[in-house]
Design a protein. Structure first.
Ligand SMILES: [Fe+2]
Ligand SMILES: [Fe+2]
Length: 178
């Protein structure tokens, strides 16, 4: 699959609204630390990509429609990761794959704490929906704590995509539980 195909595929799995172009060139360690959690913390874009790819591969044969949707959603999450990483860098912090909670820095790892390894379609989709809900809650919490409207506008735009992901995953879940 070439790059253009990936972009076309991803457009089915995100809101048809451009992302705010923000160009911040001033250090803001407090915001960068919060954003690291969204980028590669316990609940994060990096973790979402890993989980979607695992579910995409393991469900591919039996549930090709679910697998295709997870591929498209994972591409959107990679775009979110890219945008958060750029922003963290602009805020003066290296975008390493780690989170920072309660003052403790933890590098992201692929243990079951961070990735749901379920191979049942129902359990996998439930875990994916739950992760999207937690991601939105975390973005909303960070919006309250960040006092830069440019950063807030990006997080609000990302939330719109996560809401679409919940809708898509929920309809697939219903398809295989009804
Ligand atoms: Fe995302
Ligand atoms: Fe998402």
């Amino acid at each position: 699959m070439d790059c253009q195909e990936n972009c076309r595929l991803a457009d089915k799995y995100r809101v048809n609204l451009s992302y705010p172009e923000i160009n911040i060139q001033e250090p803001n360690e407090k915001a960068a630390k919060l954003l690291l959690n969204d980028y590669a913390g316990h609940v994060s874009e990096f973790g979402a990509i890993a989980q979607y790819i695992f579910h995409m591969i393991t469900l591919e044969k039996e549930y090709p429609d679910v697998s295709d949707a997870l591929r498209g959603i994972a591409i959107v999450e990679m775009d979110h990761l890219d945008r958060l990483g750029d922003l963290i860098k602009e805020l003066g912090t290296l975008p390493e794959f780690k989170g920072c909670e309660h003052g403790k820095v933890t590098y992201w790892n692929a243990t079951p704490k961070n990735v749901n390894y379920s191979t049942s379609v129902k359990k996998a989709l439930l875990a994916d929906i739950s992760a999207e809900i937690k991601a939105i809650e975390q973005y909303e919490e960070h919006i309250k704590q960040i006092d830069d409207d440019r950063i807030i506008s990006l997080l609000q735009r990302i939330i719109l995509d996560e809401q679409i992901h919940i809708e898509i995953l929920t309809s697939l879940y219903k398809k295989y539980t009804d």
